[in-house]
Design a binder for this molecule. Structure first.
Ligand code: NDP
Length: 240
């Protein structure tokens, strides 16, 4: 029987590519999003993938959203924690709100989604938790103290939880993309984007599909012995 996957932030950018790749591979897919109804409706229409609106920053909303998905598609075997935001600012100018919004979405959101699903995965002795962190969680990035902290937190979360899930047949892994051509990066001024590309040995931005293929592998039975891993996909920009 087809396994069920939830992809947070699954209607745009990297998340949309992940939702499509999972559906194409035969999974039942629920694509979550936060507020962009227009993009979500277009995505559902074009791809025939069910969309669900809630904020990953809200624990109760996550629990309710997950219950709805499970009632409609069946128990969730695969969670892709992809939703993420930036609120960039140099630290001396960073507001408490910019800090809180990013931590609440990128780090608390990963707890809020994984925690309600964890018992079911343990009971069924199968699960895949795949979180999209970032190169900037590995190396740190000026102007992104909030984002870098949240994404480094996602890596620590993964390494610890992987140890708890291993005997229950649950793998927990994290992917650290470099710069990928999505709205998030296209919002960066063109001159700055050119400077970013100049730092990438591959000489180009990555594509959402390249990240989706990493997710597809980690979700598969073939990846059953891989847990606690950080997959780096950044065109050679940073090694750790
Ligand atoms: P986009 O900005 O293109 O899309 C973000 C998605 O996340 C949207 O679907 C958005 O929903 C959703 N989202 C945002 N906040 C919430 C929330 N509170 N609850 C639920 N969904 C939410 O982002 P990208 O595709 O570029 O990035 C995806 C992930 O990859 C992020 O975690 C990002 O940090 C990470 N990443 C991206 C890189 C890049 O270069 N693009 C590099 C490294 C990591 P809605 O459509 O409703 O707004």
């Amino acid at each position: 029987m087809a396994r069920t996957a939830i992809v947070t932030g699954g209607t745009r950018g990297i998340g949309a590519a992940i939702s499509i790749a999972l559906k194409t591979a035969g999974y039942k897919v629920a694509a979550n999003y936060a507020g962009n109804d227009e993009a979500a409706a277009k995505f559902r229409e074009e791809n025939g993938i069910a969309v669900y609106k809630w904020s990953v920053a809200d624990y109760d909303a996550c629990a309710a959203g997950i219950a709805k998905v499970e009632a409609e598609l069946g128990p969730v075997d695969i969670l892709v924690n992809n939703a993420g935001i930036t609120r960039d600012s140099m630290f001396h100018k960073m507001t408490r709100e910019q800090w809180d919004e990013v931590i609440n979405t990128n780090l608390h959101g990963v707890f809020n989604m994984t925690h309600p699903l964890w018992s079911g995965m343990r009971d069924r002795k199968f699960g895949r938790v795949i979180t999209i962190s970032s190169i900037n969680g590995q190396k740190g990035q000026a102007g992104q103290v909030n984002y870098s902290a949240s994404k480094a937190g996602d890596i620590g979360f993964t390494k610890a939880l992987a140890q708890e899930g291993a005997r229950a047949g649950i793998t927990v892994n994290v992917i650290c993309p470099g710069y990928i051509a999505t709205d998030m990066v296209m919002a960066v001024p063109e001159k700055m984007r050119e400077a970013i590309v100049a730092q990438i040995p591959a000489g180009r931005l990555g594509t959402p599909e390249e990240i989706a293929r990493c997710v597809l592998f980690l979700a598969s039975d073939d990846a059953g012995f891989i847990t606690g891993s950080t997959i780096t996909a950044n065109g050679g920009q940073y090694f750790c």
